[in-house]
Write a protein that binds this ligand. Structure first.
Ligand code: 0GY
Length: 289
């Protein structure tokens, strides 16, 4: 792994918050193990191995029943580690893959059988050489026929430029980590208002109220991120998802305790009704229907 890469928390606490039965961690990753599933030659970082066994053990410890595993850039377009985890997790797992435009219909069908239900388009320049939009659109049109959706990773600064592309996508679109707002600017700033307007305008756009640890400037109470997540949970209760982001790739400031992250859920989503939608009904509709 890279010299400055932080491994996941060795012993996350048991959260005080108990999620509803059947709760889904809708954003997590598996990395390697490199000896079996080597990292992509094109990767921009080399992580610490984070195999499926560790993910499934953490899930049980946190009180969750299901996971959506998202292909990360360090594995490029080789989804073998993801598919292996899906085969082991069976009905408790779904996947989000990264594919080439020339992937065959048979390969897509195999992925579907393994539990893949979406493709990820990554626009974060420190992580990938961003693919051409026309290529992504062709992929989106093909996976739309399978009933899959598109997961988009972008940074707030790029939202305005990407909006026409997002609005043309023919599927449900899930934007990772609330579109990565600059929380120093506050919820009233035009950048976050632009994000809210986009969600208002397009009913096929969803988001993950995840990653306070990535966005916070104040540290592990994550208080400065709470208003952003709350606004989304309140405004769009049927179009929000939540995930741990385990094993937290590329964290530089600190490595979060996943138990603490789970305890943030009732703060951003007060009330059992909002929590049931966020953790069970929404992800089940999108990934298990
Ligand atoms: C995340 C976070 C990151 C990395 C990736 O594909 C990736 O490598 O997703 C990040 O560094 O922000 O959980 O989506």
């Amino acid at each position: 792994m890279d010299a400055d890469y932080l491994p996941p928390h060795p012993a996350p606490r048991k959260p005080g918050y108990v999620p509803p039965a059947g709760a889904v961690d809708a954003h997590c990753h598996v990395f390697g193990p490199a000896a079996k599933f080597p990292y992509a030659p094109t990767r921009k970082y080399t992580p610490c191995d984070a195999p499926k066994e560790q993910l499934f053990a953490l899930r049980a410890h946190l009180g969750f029943s299901r996971s959506v595993i998202v292909q990360a850039s360090c594995h490029g377009r080789n989804n073998d580690a993801l598919i292996d985890a899906l085969r082991h997790g069976g009905e408790t797992v779904r996947g989000v893959a990264v594919v080439s435009p020339d992937i065959s219909d048979a390969a897509l069908a195999d992925m579907h059988a393994a539990g893949v239900r979406a493709v990820r388009f990554n626009f974060v320049k420190r992580l990938v050489d961003v693919a051409p939009e026309a290529e992504m659109m062709r992929i989106a049109e093909r996976v739309a026929r399978l009933g899959w959706h598109v997961v988009v990773y972008l940074e707030a600064a790029d939202l305005e430029d990407l909006t026409p592309f997002l609005l043309q996508l023919p599927t449900t679109v899930v934007i990772d980590h609330m579109g990565r707002p600059d929380v120093a600017k506050g919820v009233a700033h035009k950048d976050f208002r632009r994000f809210l307007r986009l969600m208002d305008a397009a009913e096929n756009i969803w988001t993950k109220v995840s990653c306070p640890e990535r966005l916070s400037l104040t540290g592990p109470d994550y208080e400065d991120v709470v208003p952003f997540a709350r606004a989304l949970v309140q405004g769009f209760p049927d179009r929000v998802l939540w995930g741990t982001d385990w094993p937290h790739p590329n964290m530089k400031s600190h490595m979060p305790d996943d138990g603490v992250l789970v305890d943030v859920i009732p703060i951003i989503a007060p009330g059992r009704k909002a929590q049931q939608a966020l953790l069970v009904d929404n992800p089940m509709r999108l990934y298990w229907a």
